[in-house]
Design a protein around this ligand. Structure first.
Ligand code: SF4
Length: 309
């Protein structure tokens, strides 16, 4: 008879803001798994997608409830944990809440396409069960860029899903990827991204920088799928300075945002953060101050920051 694992199954990636959370693995890997700029789950040894048994997930929740009852936030992974049948997601979230009455926040990664398929009624059911926040990759508001990167979603879908999420009373974190359009479409990427953000007005805008990693770097075992396009001359990576200019261009075009903007990842060359709209000018000034440094200092800074997952 096979013995059940004693410890909870570990998920692979979580948002930095979830570092103190109960990390509950609901699915393994990414069901979509085709974004050229990503490849993270295969690179970390999880090439296939699978859905974990509800009873196994509940066993993990029991383990956390017994040994770490002091935790006040929980995060559901891996990449698209709510792609399983809605009934099962509701069962898991309700069980998590019942077993951990101290929880103040239950968060999950999600694909916009999956949330869009659930629709506003499905999202409202998740909110009633106790889901408080979703982390979603917008990456870019530029349709051409998303198509090239095989993101499997359009900006319209992200905007619609984002509005439904907010209407359901769930906090929305949207991720933006600086450099995703390369050197030749960066202005369209920035302008269309700002347009999409202005329509949705997410609670958090989280800035990230594209890293086209080679296989074997750090913990990554496989190369980023985008490497192939770079080698074939189909994609010219943005320069370090270019990504800082992208950050400035997007921020300068944000008009209707009342949430927070953060650069909460080690890859960001300039890490401004603040509440919109009050801190917008202060953040722009910080970027300008960096860009006015001598070229030698800026280049030394880019080198020192490096790249990590
Ligand atoms: S970016 Fe998200 S949806 Fe795309 S392959 Fe990576 S984990 Fe999957």
């Amino acid at each position: 008879m096979a013995l059940k694992p004693v410890r909870p199954e570990r998920l692979i990636i979580r948002p930095p803001s979830e570092w103190r959370s109960m990390l509950v693995r609901v699915t393994r890997g990414c069901k979509w798994n085709r974004c050229k700029f990503c490849g993270q789950y295969p690179a970390f040894g999880e090439p296939a997608f699978s859905v974990r048994d509800v009873d196994d997930v509940k066993d993990d929740i029991d383990w956390f409830a017994a040994r770490m009852p002091f935790l006040t936030t929980a995060f559901l992974g891996d990449a698209d944990p709510l792609c399983r049948p809605l009934k099962e997601s509701l069962d898991i979230i309700s069980y998590l809440r019942i077993k951990n009455p101290r929880l103040e926040r239950v968060t999950a990664y999600a694909r916009a396409q999956t949330m869009w398929k659930l629709g506003e009624p499905g999202l409202k059911q998740l909110a009633r069960a106790g889901l408080n926040r979703l982390h979603i990759g917008l990456e870019s508001g530029d349709l051409q860029t998303l198509k090239f990167q095989f993101k499997g979603q359009t900006p319209k879908i992200v905007v619609q899903a984002g509005q439904w999420i907010k209407n359901a009373g769930i906090e929305l974190s949207l991720y933006v990827l600086l450099g995703i359009a390369g050197q030749y479409r960066w202005k369209e990427h920035c302008d269309e991204t700002a347009n999409a953000l202005n329509i949705v007005n997410p609670d958090f805008i989280r800035m990230r920088r594209l890293w086209v990693y080679q296989g074997g770097e750090g913990a990554m075992m496989l190369e980023n799928p985008l490497c192939h396009e770079v080698k074939n001359g189909n994609f010219t990576p943005q320069t370090a300075e270019g990504t800082v200019k992208e950050l400035r261009r997007i921020l300068s075009r944000l008009e209707n945002i009342t949430g927070s903007m953060v650069c909460d990842h080690a890859n960001n060359y300039v890490t401004v953060e603040g509440r919109m709209p009050d801190d917008k000018e202060k953040m722009l000034a910080a970027i300008d101050e960096f860009l006015s440094l001598p070229e030698h200092d800026r280049n030394a800074h880019y080198e020192a920051v490096g790249s990590t997952i």
